[in-house]
Design a protein around this ligand. Sequence first.
Ligand code: SF4
Length: 84
Amino acid sequence: MTGKQHIHCAIENCHYYSAGNKCTANEILVANDQFCNSQPDHVDAPMASQITPASAESCMSTACKSFVPKGSDKVTADGIKKMQ
Ligand code: SF4
């Protein structure tokens, strides 16, 4: 894969949210709601290659598994790093 990826996100209370609607996580995992609701916090982007892909019916049934609220004590639970 080539090129520099950037992710825009408008979830202002996420630990990785930055002004201008930018995501500063070094990697994220998007999955369907069923997966996100059933998996523990430590299952996230660093484990992506081990996760079985699944379908979603629409954007309404997808979610960012990497979301963690600002100030949460779980910001290190998944191994994702905040880029500066
Ligand atoms: S981790 Fe997910 S919810 Fe948080 S800023 Fe990035 S894309 Fe948005």
